[in-house]
Every structure is written in structure tokens, then in C-alpha cells.
Design a protein around this ligand. Structure first.
Ligand SMILES: Nc1nc2c(ncn2[C@@H]2O[C@H](COP(=O)(O)OP(=O)(O)OP(=O)(O)O)[C@@H](O)[C@H]2O)c(=O)[nH]1
Ligand SMILES: [Zn+2]
Length: 293
């Protein structure tokens, strides 16, 4: 039976890409439970007449994100901008932690280089992310700078696009491939307060191979499912130091002989990243209902 890629799934149907054609499929009984078939799933299809089919089987997933619901995402592209809006690094770190927990690769993109001061592409905060190990591109959807590198980063992969409203996600995807319209920009700023995130995810095809997930739902990230012991490991540059802490269960706050705090004091870990870590830790402890910091 033929295999294909689910580009959209909702309401008991899914749309499966098979050798360039899209077939609208129903789901075999046991697959009808919500979440059993997601955009990004590789499936086995029994074709019926008239371009219809039935999804018989879902192949094992390489990765799975709950919010937004996407299977087999290879990476997240997290877009922030130099200005308008200026980068909200707390939100950036929250998205990074969320993607790290989901186990997917991350590419950071700092957009609107045309609005930034000369030399901005090497500002200290950007170097912090590069040093942590994140590939970090700088782009302008207006001048086209960095767009070729972004196109290369997206090729042959399934990419979930995230980032604050107005950072230029839709504009960048459109610069990579004119006509490919991410629908995140369709709601006017005035309506944003009442904005719902119930729309389904859709994978958009890139010409050179690869897919971009038009994925609403990054706006409310509550660090669900992450526990205190796991959090520091989701900041890759902290992980290089945790072995040096005296206590194996150190949360790197007030414990004596903490190697992470030493790294902060010595400048090896950026203060702003550590401050965000503490904020997230507080949030997790409050949720766990245990002792506060
Ligand atoms: N100067 C400049 N403006 C840009 C750039 N990229 C996007 N913009 C502008 O920034 C505004 C927001 O861009 P969008 O592409 O809609 O941003 P978005 O991230 O998709 O926003 P949401 O849909 O709200 O999530 C638009 O007015 C764009 O024209 C850029 O590189 N430079
Ligand atoms: Zn520690």
C-alpha cells in the first residue's frame, strides 16, 4: 500500500501528500482518537476511487510536539527581531526550553537587520546564543540579507516556525519562497487579544524539498510537563557545568558549591539566561505546589 505524509489533520480527516498529489483520507477506526494522526505523520494509505483513501497505519514518530501538534518536526525556527518589536529574550528562552524538551533541533533567526545599528549582528546577546550552541542567523526580509542561508537551513527538513508576533515570520517565509504564505499574519493587530489558537496545523511544501509548519499555538507556553530536575539541562550551556555541583539534585539557586552559579559569577553563563532560568524554576515549583524559592 502507498505511503504518504500528512500535511493537515482535523475533524476525522487528513490530507495526505503522496508523490505530489494530495489525497483526502478518512481514518481507520482505531486511529480516530484525537491526536493519533498529526500533521507530519508518515502514514500507509489504502486508496479508494476518486482521489480518496483510508489511513490504515501511522509509522513510528521521530519526534512529537504537543503544542503546536506536529509529528516528526526536525527543527524549530525561532524568529525574533532586532527592533519593532525589540527582542523579548524571556519569551525566546521560554520557546527554546519548550523545543529542547520536545527534543527537536533549534535554529534562531534574528530578523529586521535593516533596522538595526551597524555591527548589531554580533551583539553580546546574540553571541550568548551562538556560544550555547544554537545556530543563529541574522536576516532582513526587506533587503534579503541572510535569506539564502535561511533557505538552506530549511531545505529537506520539517520546520516549525515560532516567535513573537510581528517579528517577521510570514515575511521571511515569503522571502524564502514567494507565494508561500504562512497564515500567522492574517489577523490584524487590533484583534489580537481575542485571537484563538484553535486552527489546525498545516505543512507547506518548499520547492527544494522540506516543509514549513504553519503552526499557531506558541503564544501560551506554560512549561507543562517539565520538572525542576530537568530544567537546567534544557539550557545547553548550563549542562556543561552541572557535573561540578556538590549536590546531585542541585537546582542551582542557593545550594552551596554550585558550579552553575560559579559559571554565572565568572561570566561563562550569561546573567540574563540564568535570570530566566530562575523565573521558570519558580513557575515550575509553584505548579508542583512544593517549596518556594
Ligand atoms: N524593516 C523590516 N520590516 C520587516 C521585516 N520583516 C517583516 N517586517 C515587517 O514587520 C511586520 C510584521 O511582519 P510579519 O511577517 O507579519 O510578522 P509575523 O511574525 O508573521 O507576525 P504574526 O503573524 O503576528 O505572528 C510587517 O509590517 C512586515 O512588513 C524586516 O526584515 N525588516
Ligand atoms: Zn548547581
Amino acid at each position: 500500500m502507498p505511503e504518504g505524509l500528512v500535511i493537515k489533520a482535523y475533524g476525522g480527516f487528513c490530507f495526505v501528500w503522496m508523490e505530489g498529489k494530495v489525497e483526502k483520507c478518512t481514518l481507520r477506526g482505531k486511529l480516530r482518537t484525537r491526536g493519533r494522526v498529526l500533521a507530519g505523520d508518515e502514514v500507509v494509505v489504502r486508496s479508494l476511487s476518486g482521489g480518496r483513501g483510508v489511513v490504515e497505519e501511522v509509522k513510528p514518530r521521530r519526534s512529537e510536539m504537543v503544542r503546536p501538534p506536529v509529528a516528526n518536526a526536525d527543527q524549530a525556527l525561532v524568529v525574533v527581531s532586532f527592533r519593532e518589536p525589540s527582542p523579548a529574550l524571556n519569551l525566546l528562552d521560554r520557546i527554546l526550553v519548550h523545543c529542547e524538551a520536545a527534543g527537536i533541533r533549534i535554529v534562531i533567526c534574528v530578523n529586521k537587520l535593516d533596522l538595526a545599528a551597524p555591527g548589531a549582528e554580533n551583539e553580546a546577546w546574540i553571541e550568548t546564543y551562538r556560544d550555547a550552541g544554537y545556530p543563529t542567523l541574522v536576516t532582513s526580509a526587506v533587503t534579503g540579507e541572510g535569506v539564502a542561508a535561511l533557505r538552506e537551513a530549511l531545505a529537506r527538513r520539517i520546520t516549525v516556525v515560532a516567535g513573537p508576533s510581528g517579528s517577521g515570520k510570514s515575511s521571511l517565509i515569503n522571502a524564502v519562497q514567494p507565494g508561500l504564505n504562512l497564515r500567522t499574519g492574517e489577523i490584524s493587530p487590533k484583534l489580537q487579544r481575542g485571537r484563538h489558537v484553535t486552527r489546525h496545523v498545516e505543512l507547506l511544501a518548499l520547492e527544494g524539498g522540506g516543509w514549513v509548519a504553519d503552526a499557531p499555538g506558541f503564544s501560551v507556553l506554560r512549561l507543562e510537563g517539565i520538572d525542576r530536575a530537568e530544567l537546567a539541562g534544557l539550557f545547553p550551556e548550563f549542562g556543561r557545568h552541572t557535573d561540578g555541583c556538590r549536590f546531585a539534585d542541585c537546582v542551582h539557586y542557593r545550594e552551596p558549591d554550585c558550579a552553575v552559579r560559579r559559571a554565572v559569577a565568572g561570566g561563562a553563563v550569561a546573567r540574563f539566561r540564568y535570570a530566566h532560568y530562575l523565573g521558570f524554576l519558580r513557575e515550575i515549583l509553584a505548579r508542583e505546589g512544593k517549596n518556594k524559592l
